[in-house]
Design a protein around this ligand. Structure first.
Ligand code: TEU
Length: 575
């Protein structure tokens, strides 16, 4: 399926004054689940190459590749044992060079995932570090003695009370050293000690090496966790029986210093302009503005989490009803906070989030309408939109049959902890996983309605969603009203209308709680967006002039004084 390279022209005038990434749309590929070229049931780099035209045809500017580095795959590649090589499961370094070249030939850019809060416990740095307390890498990770007066290695002797994201304590005992090491995620993901200048320089050198290889930037995994409060104090107790360390590492004392140093050591030396997006759980609008401000320029943008936490109460396993007002208030707050300075990223989905059409939309009766309405709302905001593989088809959550269908370390640990240790009801626990498991995002990309969804000729590493028989790329490419063509139209619109990139944002007060309406304005032009985010028809007055530039219902069905369930309409008007 590799076609001829298709160099594309871009609006040149504005790009001279703005960084290019402000008018870009990014597509995230999760390589394990995108396309399997060699029939082992696992996606790979050649599979991505073979389907690159799917991404190019959508109008995408940047491909973000989730990790393909050498890795024991404890957390599907977010546990890296060699930053300068490709894991054999995905191919070779040459395959990656070929992919980078093919991406560039199509007028697109490629950014890599940078996972440097932690390495794998199989990384040579860690293997060295754990040997004893005096080796040259002894201080490259967080090593601490057991709590005084306790039995080393026994529960209760951990250096502090922090829990790990993937269950249990954040500390692991290593008899060789007679010490614990810190792992905020799995036990196979030890945290790097960024307070050691050698660690920082090793990371920067690796980043320069990738830029030399031709990559155009980085998505930086939990980059706000790299600076920890010295002393690593206990955190407030949570329902898990462990303390929450977030207050002591999510915005640590050196975070600005380290990101500024990274900017100087890696990016400022070069003539190009790079897309850097920092994944930052817990980041506030004010902090995001500091990280992305024009003056500091530490990062191009950050991924915040507030709008994807509205259906949970504290932790992700405790559900709460999301309301349209919550969603609107959150999105508006972020638009306002970064209006004058800084820049937003815009996303519904990624490899960690359940599918948005199942989560905030209606994936049965109004599947197409809600998938397109949510897409339209997001893409017409100010910021850089991200599309996660399959989102452009309206892919849904997955009816996982039992725990044997899940693969994600987080889901498996959660189940073992809840059912195995706490005696929770297995079927209730499974139900929570069906709603919130990261595996919802990780089932194979649905290319066709055939066996294996066109993803693989072998049995895929994780089951295919049964709805691939009707929900797939082949069924949507030539169907004008498909979710895919709606995304294509949205991306083209952004590239055509400077006001979607640069225009100001303001909320339009709507008569119904279920309607989200907003205005974008630039010079004497404006766009008004009206979206009904509910299953009910709502009455409201819509503009009686202007051009409808976006709609998900046919013209013949559009009323002037109402919006049908999940209807979205955008008007272009002269002020
Ligand atoms: O995720 C960081 C993170 O804190 C969360 O998104 C987390 O994975 C999820 O919400 C748990 O409920 C990043 C990566 O995106 C994720 O895939 C990795 O597992 C994690 O870091 C560790 O590298």
């Amino acid at each position: 399926m590799v076609g001829q390279p298709r160099p594309r022209k871009r609006v040149a005038s504005r790009q001279m004054t703005e960084p290019w990434w402000k008018s870009a749309v990014v597509y995230q590929v999760y390589p394990r689940s995108f396309a399997d070229s060699d029939g082992d049931g696992i996606g790979d780099l050649t599979g991505i190459l073979q389907h690159l035209d799917h991404i190019a045809r959508l109008g995408i500017d940047v491909v973000w590749l989730s990790p393909v580095y050498r890795s024991p795959q404890d957390d599907n590649g977010y546990d890296i044992s060699d930053y300068r090589d490709v894991d054999p499961v995905f191919g070779t370094l040459e395959d990656l060079d070929t992919l980078i070249k093919a991406v560039h030939e199509r007028g697109m850019k490629l950014i890599m995932d940078l996972v440097v809060n932690h390495t794998s416990d199989e990384h040579p740095w860690f293997l060295k570090s754990k040997q004893d307390r005096h080796n040259p890498k002894a201080d490259w990770y967080f090593w601490r003695d057991p709590k005084p007066g306790t039995v080393p290695g026994e529960p209760g002797s951990e250096p502090n009370n922090w829990g790990a994201v993937f269950e249990g304590s954040a500390w692991h005992w290593v008899p060789e050293r007679g010490q614990y090491y810190l792992h905020l995620f799995s036990v196979k993901q030890p945290d790097l000690n960024w307070d050691n200048p050698q660690v920082r320089e090793a990371v920067y050198a690796m980043m320069r090496w990738w830029l030399d290889r031709g990559v155009d930037g980085f998505r930086m995994d939990v980059i706000n966790f790299i600076s920890k409060d010295p002393g690593l104090p206990d955190g407030p107790m949570t329902r898990t029986g462990y303390g929450d360390g977030m207050p002591h590492f999510s915005y640590g004392p050196q975070i600005h210093a380290y990101l500024a140093e990274m900017r100087r050591s890696v990016f400022e030396q070069r003539p190009g302009s790079y897309l850097t997006v920092g994944e930052m759980p817990g980041v506030t609008p004010q902090q995001a503005r500091e990280f992305t401000s024009r003056d500091r320029g530490q990062l191009a943008m950050v991924f915040q989490f507030e709008h994807v936490a509205l259906d949970q109460d504290g932790d992700k396993w405790t559900p709460r009803r999301m309301t349209v007002s919550d969603l609107r208030n959150t999105l508006v707050k972020w638009q306002d906070a970064l209006a004058e300075d800084g820049w937003n990223s815009l996303y519904w989905n990624n490899h960690d989030q359940p599918r948005v059409v199942s989560r905030y939309g209606n994936d049965t009766t109004y599947w197409r309408e809600s998938a397109t309405a949510l897409a339209g709302v997001l893409h017409l905001h100010r910021g850089t939109p991200y599309v996660y593989q399959g989102e452009e088809l309206g892919m849904t959550n997955v009816p996982f049959a039992d725990i044997g269908d899940f693969r994600d370390i987080e889901s498996l640990k959660r189940y073992a902890e809840a059912v195995g240790h706490r005696g929770a009801d297995p079927s209730a626990t499974l139900d929570t996983l069906r709603h919130k498991s990261r595996d919802n995002a990780r089932t194979p990309m649905q290319w066709t309605g055939g066996d294996g969804a066109g993803f693989s000729t072998a049995e895929p590493w994780i089951p295919v969603n049964p709805n691939h028989v009707w929900l797939n790329a082949a069924a949507q490419l030539d169907e004008p009203t498909s979710v895919y063509n709606f995304y294509r139209h949205l991306i083209a619109l952004r590239h055509r209308e400077p006001l979607i990139v640069d225009g100001t944002f303001e909320l339009i007060e709507a008569p119904s709680e279920q309607v989200y309406a907003f205005r974008r304005r630039l010079g004497d032009e404006r766009i008004e967006v009206y979206a009904n985010l509910s299953d009910e028809l709502v009455a409201l007055c819509l503009p009686d002039s202007g051009e409808v530039i976006l709609a998900n219902y046919p013209a013949s069905d559009r009323g002037r004084d109402s919006l049908a369930p999940w209807e979205i309409r955008a008007y272009k008007l002269d002020s």
